[in-house]
Structure formats: structure tokens, C-alpha cells
Design a protein around this ligand. Sequence first.
Ligand SMILES: [Zn+2]
Length: 408
Amino acid sequence: MKSKNLCNFCNYQLSQEVINIGKTPLANSYTNHPLKLTKHMLHLFFCTNCYLVQHSTKLKGENIFSQYQYFSSYSKNFVSLAKENIDKLIKTYKINDKSTIVEIASNDGYLLQHIKNKKINYYGIEPAKNIAKVANKKGIKTINSYLNTKSSKEILKKNNKADLIIANNVFAHVPKIHNFIKSMINLMTNNCIICIEVPHLKNLIKYNQFDTIYHEHFYYFSLSSLKKIFKEYNLKIIDVDKINTHGGSLRVHIAKNENKVKIRKKVNNLIKEEIESKLTKKNTYTIFNKRVNKLKKEILKFHKQNQNKKIYGFGAAAKACTLINYCELNFNSIKYIYDETAAKIGKYIPGTDIKIIKFGRNINKNIDIIIIFPWNHYSEIKKKIQSITKKRIQLVRFIPNIKSEFIN
Ligand SMILES: [Zn+2]
């Protein structure tokens, strides 16, 4: 039996629970045999020493990401935001034809494609073999590798150090946080700026976003925790922006302490804001825990009250997997879940008997209710449903609280 539950960053004893989702399969493991999947504990804790919120289930990153299915370019909006971001970074930090840009977890080249035709040296590092292949086929230089201290040294044998490192939505997903930071430092020139994007813990807590918790997502950051983490490595946070990605994220710019670049006022302002929201206080997490337990009861009540209605879902992503498993919903509560990703159609929500079916004009005529799981794309999905049916349907979302409306 495990006796010690220690912080992954500072080794402090973890005693403050955030939420216990229970035993669930990995969120992206779509299969035809969903009930045979191995389940792993998903239990979130808050470290009272370094403020890092984390789950303690040890999983090998290699297993999770080797065939990861997410292709960033699938979302047009995402691609145009990436262009805006890279253009701004190049301008702000005076990146020129002598500079090198490195993107970690560069996916299918959704971001690097925008600098492919500029006279700037660049390369991407992408762990998933199938995705790196897609990027290289498009002519976007991508090294298929995990980033760790060993591979970073290998990479530098043939490639330049970076003047700008971009690591969007990857920092929360690396189990070995110390090794990952050391690897980034290996890749940095002295004046290098690191730009990372992570979902903001403040939104998770404030808006009951417990469905953003899944195994592949190891860490849930506040700026206060990031500041402590980077400080250990003589790195400083120089700028921060709140962005809308994933229901509210932070875009954080980091530099070496010796870099004379100015620290923007926004950094301290956000730290103050987090202190005011009590994100560094353990009681906040006790209150969150109670609130989410109450929401679970309300979701179960909703299904009981509507048990004679035909309920479908929309969006078979990680959010749906966590929510459905946490609330122990099954085919009796939700008949099918619509999705548009070809690879998921015909498979099941991991750990349940709820099948994923193709969304399109053949939408079932007897549907009474559709639950929209990706609440961050609610209006987009609502329009999609409205565009293919004239039937009066009740649309429901569960986060931050149960809300519903009728269309048509
Ligand atoms: Zn800690």
C-alpha cells in the first residue's frame, strides 16, 4: 500500500484533496471494448507548499502520447489564433533571420506553418509518431521525439539553440516536470523567451470545471504556482495574458533571471488577483469539493427526472469521459453521443456502454434532449444542431451548473 503521497514538484506531503473522480480509464482510449479498459485512480490534490494542484497517479507519458489523436489544425479558429500569437511574439521579442524558434509538442504544424515561409530558422519537437509524420509531409520541420534532458542534448548536436521556445498546452501534460524544465533550459540561449499556455486553475475552481480533469492532464496551474516552480530554476515570469482557450487559460512568458527584459505589471496584478480569490488557501479546495459533489447529485437528479425522455449527447471528448464516469452514467441515461471525428465513430465512451455515432443530417427524429459536453464550444454546436433539424429539442449543459434551453 502506498503510504506517502508527495508533491511531484517539491516533495511536500499532499494532504489537501481537491476532488476524487474515482477510477476511470484513460480519456482518449476509444475502443470497441470500453468495459475491458484498465481503470486508474484519478484523485486531485493541492500542495500547500508550492500551490501546485496535481493528481498522483503515475502513468508513463510514453504510453499516453505515442499515438495521440488530436490534430490541432482540425479547428480553424485554433489555427488563426496560433498565427496571431506567433506574429506577436516575433514582433515583441525582435525575432529575426538570425533567430531560431522551437516549438515543443508542435502537433501537425498548426503553428509552425505560419513561419515556414519566413526567413527564420525553426523546428518542432513532437512525441506522437503519426502526427510528426503528418507535419513533415506538409514540409514543416518536425523532430519526432519526447523532450527530456537526454533528447534535448541529442537535438542540439544537429540544431541551434532556441531564441524563442513555444510550448502550448504541453506543460500540464508532462509527468516529469523537473526533467522537462531542465530540457527547456538546455535548449535556451541566454536571451531566450519561453512562451507556455496552460489552463488556468482559477477557472477550474470558479466555474466547477471538474470535467477538465483527466489522467493525461497531470497539473492544474495558477500563476502563483508557476512563479514558485520557475523560481527554483532561476527563471522569471515576465508577462502573462488571459486567453479563452480551454475555458480560460494563461499565456505565460518566461526568461532567465539574468535576462534584463522588463517584468510587465500584469504579472503582479494577476498574482494579487489569485491571492484575493484564495487560490493559495487550502480551504478553497474543500469548498470546491463540496460544490462539485452537489453538482453530481443534481446531474443524477436531472437524469432521474428525464428518464422517460430520449437523451443524446454531443462531443465525445475527454470532458465527456470524465463527467460520465464521475457521475456513473450509462446507456440508460444517455443513448448515444454524436461526434464528428471519424476515428471515434462506432467506438464507445471509455468505461461505458455509450456508443459514439456520426453527427449529420440523419439525426434521430425522436430526440428530446441533447447534452452538450464541450461547454466551451456551446454556441458553435448549438448552431450546428439548429442547421440540421427543425425539431424542438432541449439543449443542456452541466458546467458550471445545469442550464438548458429549447431550440426551434
Ligand atoms: Zn509542492
